[in-house]
Unconditional design. Structure first.
Length: 251
């Protein structure tokens, strides 16, 4: 599961509408599929539109793509933009992956727990890992977790939360369940510059998934046309138990 974060865990910023929510989105992909399909097709896409080279790979960033910054300046051309968007959406639709996304309203969390407050990072990661463990157990397989690096303090916070969950368990999954489903005792944290296809895909879906969850829970959000199309694709990618969508949760 490749994990991307939107927002920050600072409860003091929860009154600011721009910093009220923290979300973690996990993209679950079988590693053989990453190696044989997702990575080569993503590299071919980047090479076709931006001239990406194996010795100097271009990394897909949602914000830079949206704003046509850096190596994505060619997207200012409407014809190129339309072709690229269509190609990328086709790939996102065709690739075989599952999405699990959780979003925390930090303002409501702080108001509800005025004396004791659950660490936002730990809370989100606990719920995300619970659902990932259930996903793995239903299939009788084990899995690993890789998160995007956000820097020293944030990386340490996520690693400590991961280690604590393996040692103590969570509200709905005990330590034995979590430890038995995961192949590593330590959270792997990687920079996007490592050119991991899974992290780049997680970056592309994390913000649209967060906005979908917020909209479904009555919060006003602005969703760009491309993000609307990503949200439509995600409906077939969220983890499900029968008719129940298990892959998205508002906390």
């Amino acid at each position: 599961m490749y994990v991307d974060e939107v927002g920050n865990a600072d409860l003091r910023s929860s009154d600011d509408p721009n910093h009220r929510f923290l979300s973690l989105t996990g993209v679950v992909i079988e590693l053989g599929h990453v190696e044989s399909v997702v990575h080569p097709e993503m590299e071919a896409l980047k090479s076709a539109y931006f001239g990406s080279h194996p010795d100097d790979p271009i990394i897909l960033h949602r914000k830079e793509l949206l704003n046509c910054r850096g190596p994505f300046g060619s997207l200012r051309d409407p014809v190129v933009r339309a072709a690229f968007d269509g190609h990328l959406l086709d790939l996102m639709r065709a690739w075989d992956y599952t999405v699990i996304s959780v979003c925390l309203d930090k303002k409501e969390h702080r108001q509800k727990y005025t004396v004791w407050q659950y660490d936002p990072y730990h809370y989100c990661l606990a719920v995300l890992l619970e659902r990932y463990v259930y996903f793995l157990n239903r299939r009788g397989v084990r899995g690993d977790v890789i998160a995007e690096s956000r820097g020293g303090k944030e990386d340490r916070r996520l690693k400590e939360s991961y280690a604590r969950l393996l040692e103590q368990g969570s509200g709905y999954a005990d330590a034995a369940q979590i430890g038995g489903a995961l192949t590593s005792r330590q959270l792997k944290v990687k920079q996007k510059s490592n050119n991991l296809a899974g992290l780049q895909l997680a970056d592309l879906v994390a913000h649209p998934s967060r906005n979908e969850i917020l909209s479904e829970n009555g919060h006003s959000v602005t969703v760009a046309p491309f993000a609307t199309k990503v949200i439509a694709i995600l409906q077939s990618k969220y983890d499900r138990r029968g008719e129940r969508v298990f892959g998205k949760k508002m906390l």
